[in-house]
Design a protein around this ligand. Sequence first.
Ligand SMILES: NC(=O)c1ccc[n+]([C@@H]2O[C@H](COP(=O)([O-])OP(=O)(O)OC[C@H]3O[C@@H](n4cnc5c(N)ncnc54)[C@H](O)[C@@H]3O)[C@@H](O)[C@H]2O)c1
Length: 370
Amino acid sequence: MEDILIRKGDEVPGRIVFGQDTAGVAPVLETCAGSRPVLHVYVVCDINAAGYADRIVSALPAGGAVRICGRYMLKATEEDKTMGSVLSMSEWLLTSGADRNAFILAVGGGITTDMAGFAASIYKRGVKFAYVPTTLLSQVDAAIGGKTGVNYLSYKNMLGVIRQPEFTYICPEVLETLPVRDFLSGAAEMVKTFMIEDRGFMGKAMSFLSGLHEAEDKSGYLKDNRPELLSLIHAAASVKAGVVSRDQFENGERRKLNLGHTFAHAIEKNARMAGDDITHGEAVSIGMVMAAGLSERLGLAPGGFAPELAAGLRAAGLPVDCPYPVRDLIEAMSKDKKAEDGIVHFVLPAGPGDVRIVDMTASRAGEILA
Ligand SMILES: NC(=O)c1ccc[n+]([C@@H]2O[C@H](COP(=O)([O-])OP(=O)(O)OC[C@H]3O[C@@H](n4cnc5c(N)ncnc54)[C@H](O)[C@@H]3O)[C@@H](O)[C@H]2O)c1
């Protein structure tokens, strides 16, 4: 499967490499040694993905161009996604003797890649790094585009930088141990991506996901359908890489990636206050259906579009009904991180592969949806 290149003008600051399993990381890592006789690699790893880090390390040829200098294990929770954790990682690098030629390899989901990428970006004013994302969400989203960071006070991803990894290595093998709810969280982002740019993959994604939902042995289903899954991930990753290459610093097109997220963040905030358990992907699924409903009422999407989207997501095992009245979401939406002077940039789907950005206040959106 072809590599995807992240472009910045004429430069290619990053690439996404695809393989069937973790054994394929070794040769890619070796290319990063360049003219150096030995690449000193420091592995930052999610404790739940430690087995994959072991496989990556054991596939490296003895006496080759890559030397593993140490491993830092982290607990991937939003509570631990803090500056304190990044400082601990930096301290570990320092006490392990990591110099400016150190290379950090992050193995884990979005929390791990966001934090390791941030630590690598500030350690000794920046060392090189690469990702092996082990969740679907990080394969189609978090590990692509160069956003790194941590939560601060009560704000998500408040401190961080944008910096591209040397490579992101994606393989379906790692997803076979992922809890179903985490897999579905990524699935919602994948559907969102195809809503932004379809490329003929939306139908394929929906039928893959409904097959997974019906399968009793989920892990077996993923194993049996690795090529199909890899081609969906490749397509979604390539849409995100294209958007990011065209708009690295979120001045325009990158906003489209926010589809469903204005509603989702408000739903997540309500859920936190009510003590309800809703994952980010579940909130995105509900948020996309709300955005589709708003789009329909504004006449952008044809009648029946929102119910059809809802039916597809429901068949994939994702929730589609907002558990809170719209009026309870308005305040949080008007304080959306990306709102400007009270105006929210709603990303609305007009059809698969066709999204529009419509500016309005959150209360106007609430009135239309009520
Ligand atoms: N940088 C970006 O552009 C960007 C984009 C989207 C999301 N994010 C961030 O990504 C984070 C969410 O990432 P995520 O959904 O990948 O989740 P995560 O990193 O929180 O991982 C989810 C859970 O799965 C476990 N896990 C990871 N890989 C596993 C595997 N292969 N098998 C079994 N368990 C495994 C983790 O330990 C964790 O419990 C959020 O903090 C979000 O802010 C960043």
